[in-house]
Design a protein. Structure first.
Lengths: 358, 52
């Protein structure tokens, strides 16, 4: 079935159109081919770029208003509080290491908390908020490990649960907590009540949009006479584990950063995350397999299932580690998971503790 | 003025387009990340900015 659509245009316009078609290499191709190329904005988009584009939209749609509301509630505490800049050491020439503790399934599988708690590790402990209670309960405490940090960047009210345990209160006054300026006020309150030392930071979301961006505006609003530069801002890579890695070398200036419990994948169909969904529908299609791939880690001979959110986090973290491999040495001691590749080494936790205990 | 006409043909979407849409829908329905990856034209700004 076809229909004709008539149009009128000037000879000058027609000449311009013909010239443009020729210039784009379509002189011998159909008008339809040329139009498809002209209006196809995503033609050369990689899978990673596509996933990032979609998650940028869904994350902004879901959380943008919440970020602004939380920031507004936190502003008076930020202005009277301490910037994470205060954590940047004046001198950082020597070798030093930190270990980031995530809450991925490998942490239990390999008894990593027990191994670390029984070690004489001299470096810095950086807990993701979700791992804090288990870390403390395992004996990894700020009494034994003096440089002890916990990080929260997620903005949902549910993050307060990470701090809602008597053991957090017990050790709170010895823990340094880095909070994003957009965390829920409920999270701030419980951290404050536990007497942790709070250090504020911005998370980068839209700074590339210039003066109309939330990052620019909120950055300006946190500047005070006491703190004329406001707060520093970090890449989050979409999650607290990558944020902790960034803080390890950009704020705390460690030359070596190890990772445990950073799997970015599941070892079975059993799913544990609050906001990762498995849509209904055909689970055998090639597109499903692309969105939910099985990743074989040849170093530890394990296979993980990723979902799109873990692909998003994993691709970014691996890319960042490779890009910054001359600035920071990253050592993945997770002993499994999906983080392996160029730019870093994978070792057992025991070897990490033996070789990077400084 | 020049008069022309577009002959409009109804073309079935090819498989590649349908698969691409299916993939995008799977991503959209998988949830929202808890935060987001930041990209900048200035790669030096991608990891850390001392002052906004």
């Amino acid at each position: 079935m076809s229909e004709d659509v008539f149009f009128e245009l000037s000879e000058k316009t027609l000449k311009k159109i013909m010239k443009k078609k020729d210039e784009m290499g379509f002189s011998k191709k159909s008008w339809d081919d040329w139009f498809q190329t002209l209006f196809e904005e995503k033609k050369s988009e990689s899978t990673q770029e596509k996933i990032e584009r979609i998650f940028e939209k869904t994350t902004l749609d879901t959380y943008y208003d919440e970020w602004i509301q939380n920031f507004s509630s936190n502003l008076k505490y930020i202005k009277s509080g301490t910037s994470a800049r205060e954590l940047i050491p004046k001198h950082s020439d020597s070798l030093s290491s930190a270990i980031v503790i995530g809450r991925g399934p490998s942490i239990q599988k390999h008894n990593h908390l027990e191994i670390l708690s029984q070690s004489d590790y001299q470096g810095t402990i950086i807990c993701t908020d979700g791992s804090l209670v288990n870390v403390l309960k395992s004996g990894i405490t700020p009494e034994k490990f003096k440089n002890f940090f916990v990080i929260t960047i997620d903005t949902q009210e549910r993050q307060k649960k990470s701090y809602d345990d008597p053991i957090v209160k017990k050790y709170g006054n010895q823990i340094k907590c880095v909070l994003s300026s957009t965390v829920s006020p409920h999270t701030y309150n419980i951290v404050k009540e536990s007497e942790m030392q709070i250090y504020w930071i911005h998370t980068l979301v839209d700074y590339d949009k210039g003066k109309s961006s939330f990052n620019y505006i909120s950055g300006l609003m946190t500047k005070t006479e006491k703190n004329p530069k406001g707060l520093p801002a970090i890449q989050t890579g979409g999650n607290v584990g990558t944020s902790a890695w960034i803080i390890g070398w950009n704020i705390l200036k460690h030359s070596h950063v190890g990772l445990i419990g950073i799997d970015h994948g599941y070892y079975s169909d059993e799913r544990t995350s609050d906001d990762h969904f498995l849509p209904d529908g055909n689970k055998t299609s090639s597109e499903f397999k692309k969105a939910y791939p099985k990743i074989h880690n040849p170093i530890y001979n394990v296979t993980c299932i990723q979902d799109p959110i873990f692909q998003y986090y994993c691709n970014a973290l691996k890319e960042f580690i490779l890009k910054t491999s001359k600035k920071v040495k990253t050592i993945n001691a997770t002993e499994g998971g999906t983080i392996f590749g160029d730019g870093f080494e994978c070792v057992t936790l025991k070897n990490f503790l033996k070789n990077y205990n400084f | 003025m020049i008069k022309g006409n577009f002959k409009i043909k109804k073309v079935e979407q090819n498989n590649e387009k349908l698969e691409e849409r299916e993939f995008e829908q799977l991503i959209e329905r998988s949830g929202a990340g808890s935060h987001m990856v930041f990209r900048s034209k200035n790669e030096d700004d991608e990891f850390f900015i001392d002052e906004l």
